[in-house]
Design a protein around this ligand. Structure first.
Ligand SMILES: N[C@@H](CCC(=O)N[C@@H](CS)C(=O)NCC(=O)O)C(=O)O
Length: 234
């Protein structure tokens, strides 16, 4: 039986199954990357809901695992050398779970770096830029009279969608025939941009047929459909 009692986060979110990976998350585009990955790989895990309406992400218990106060975070009770491993940053978690499960990342070195490259492209480009577009288009920033910040993020998001679209030309997934963590990192953000952020028209999503095709294939996967709803909102 694993003992996670040394982790303060387990006081606020007790582990009913401490031998399973503990997931602290909310179904946002960054959060669902990890629940989708866990559903795809079949690794046993226990999800815990981190509520933003009560600022759970700012609690000392959550900060003890992620000092950057952002979901998702995990604790793997059986990390490297059999010791518990706490981890934050969705890209790092995807890589870790791919290595742990031996799934969704190519085994050859060149393929592995190609996957990492596209995960980094999402983490450094798509996530931050689409996120800013959401702020200026849908949230508090939409009240700003000066539309230049919004327009900058629209232009940058369109540019990034163009890069993705070109990459997907003649390919089933970002790495070709192989579905991978690169797709799991990327497509929750594309879905969010045109769904929750209601920015489909603003970014001209019609111009990106390959992106739309792969997004449709992504959301049709049963593990993706399950992961998008985990942890359950209360
Ligand atoms: N680079 C981080 C970003 C995580 C992130 O921005 N999470 C958002 C939800 S999508 C969050 O927790 N926001 C809460 C806050 O900023 O207080 C990752 O990919 O894990």
């Amino acid at each position: 039986m694993s003992d996670l009692s040394a982790f303060p986060i387990t006081k606020k979110w007790p582990a009913a199954h401490p031998e399973r990976i503990q997931l602290y998350s909310l179904p946002t585009p960054n959060g669902v990357k990890v629940s989708i990955m866990l559903e795809e790989t079949g690794l046993p895990y226990e999800p815990h809901l981190v509520r933003f309406d009560t600022n759970d992400q700012m609690s000392p218990e959550f900060l003890s695992v992620n000092p950057n106060n952002k979901i998702p975070a995990i604790i793997d009770p059986h990390g490297p050398d059999g010791k518990p491993l706490p981890l934050f940053e969705s890209g790092a978690i995807l890589l870790y779970l791919a290595d742990k499960s031996g799934q969704l990342i190519p085994r050859d070195a060149a393929g592995r770096y190609e996957a990492i490259q596209w995960v980094m492209f999402q983490m450094g480009g798509i996530g931050p830029m689409f996120g800013q577009l959401g702020f200026f288009h849908k949230f508090a920033g939409k009240e700003y009279e000066d539309k230049r910040p919004r327009d900058r993020y629209v232009a940058e998001s369109r540019r990034l969608l163009g890069v993705l679209d070109q990459r997907l030309e003649g390919r089933e997934w970002l790495l070709g025939d192989t579905y991978s963590i690169a797709d799991i990192a990327t497509f929750p953000w594309v879905r969010n941009l045109i769904g929750f952020y209601e920015a489909a028209e603003l970014v001209g999503i019609q111009d990106f047929a390959n992106v739309r095709r792969v997004l449709a294939a992504f959301v049709a996967r049963p593990a993706v459909a399950r992961g998008l709803e985990i942890p359950k909102r209360q």
